[in-house]
Design a protein around this ligand. Sequence first.
Ligand code: AHM
Ligand code: MG
Length: 333
Amino acid sequence: MPETSVVTISRFLLGEERRHPHATGAFTNILHDIAVAAKIISREVNHAGLVDILGRAGSENVHGEDVQKLDVFANDVLYRALDHTGHIAVLASEESEDPIPIPEEFPSGEYVVLYDPLDGSSNIDVNVSIGTIFSILRKVTDGERGTLEDCLQPGTEQLAAGYVLYGSSTMLVYTTGAGTHGFTLDPSIGEFLLSHPNMLIPDPPTKVYSVNEAYFDRWSPGQQRLVSHLKGRAGFGSRYIGSLVADVHRTLLRGGLFMYPGDSKNAQGKLRLLYEAAPMAMVLEQAGGAASDGRGRLLEVQPTSLHQRIPVYLGSTPFVEMADRFLAEDAKN
Ligand code: AHM
Ligand code: MG
């Protein structure tokens, strides 16, 4: 590939911005800042295997510095990348119970960023891929600073959403509502390069379902019948990593059905609506897929609390619709 055809994420973002004549550049800056944070987190994640040499979390490393847990580190990096820019009104993270205000010494902006800084962090010890997930909204309240109300918007209001996968390579995948695009980090030059423009979930999709089947006995009859049907007559194969970003990324590239259902122990499942389910739903929809909470379009669910959980079904549209049909039988009983 000749050098000139390489498109960095900054160049791509600027190209997108030019298509919106009224754009102020603030939005482009936020995505750029998230990409920079992702590079820093990626570097640290790649060092995680050296933890026994460099020091464990909670201890001092060979340089006499405190070693932070990776999820705490990732949370810090994102916060510091976004808090001072003047573009953000309020932040929210899986790691913080309440919305995170912008410090008084910095100006407030028009946007809200919600994130899960390092999802699947229990997988780090076994070298399984993990990820960062983010969602960007516009501030809707009148005050100068953002509030909880600004965070509690349905997924349809997202201006952008995406994730970073720290896998065999680091990838950033995002959408601003005009398709889903993927960038791969070239560590030798420290740049995200456009590698997957206009991603589309394959049609016909691979017949794969992805769910933690250990919870089968806790599932509703409709959910049990769905999975029995998939692995029986429908002839599906099964893949489940147990790391949301990796499972969703595979579903986006190959097609299939990813599920994290509610069950008798956790009626709303495990995944969080605002910074896990909704951004993934937007990414999938923009790539020609679908996402549901088992009752209807996931993006239309109105959140009522910051860390609320929601059942998730996402992937190839016909499979998500099939899931909804099986689950509708539960509602009748
Ligand atoms: P975390 O936010 O505590 O890291 O947990 C979220 C992870 C997701 O990455 C994954 O989809 C899910 O937990 C797996 O849960 P389970 O072990 O119940 O299958
Ligand atoms: Mg998480």
